[in-house]
Design a protein around this ligand. Structure first.
Ligand code: SF4
Length: 64
C-alpha cells in the first residue's frame, strides 16, 4: 500500500487558499483543476497564484 504524504505535501504547498479541503492531497488537487481545464496553484509564480486564476491561458502568459 502506498503511504499518504498529505502532511508533507501541505508543508511545501504554495497555494494560499488555506481553507481548501484538497490542500496537501495532490492527486485530488490535480484532478479537480484538470476537470476545469486548469492547473494547480503550485504551477504559478507567487504573484500569479494569488490571482486564483488557474487557467491554462494564465499559465502560458506567465511563462512566455
Ligand atoms: S490549487 Fe486548488 S485544489 Fe489545490 S489546494 Fe489550492 S485551491 Fe485547493
Amino acid at each position: 500500500m502506498v503511504e499518504c504524504t498529505v502532511e508533507k505535501n501541505k508543508a511545501s504547498c504554495t497555494c494560499t487558499y488555506e481553507e481548501c479541503s484538497r490542500k496537501g492531497k495532490c492527486c485530488e488537487c490535480v484532478a479537480y483543476h484538470r476537470n476545469k481545464k486548469q492547473l494547480p496553484g503550485c504551477f504559478f509564480s507567487k504573484e500569479g497564484e494569488r490571482t486564483y486564476d488557474r487557467s491554462y491561458r494564465r499559465f502560458i502568459i506567465e511563462n512566455s
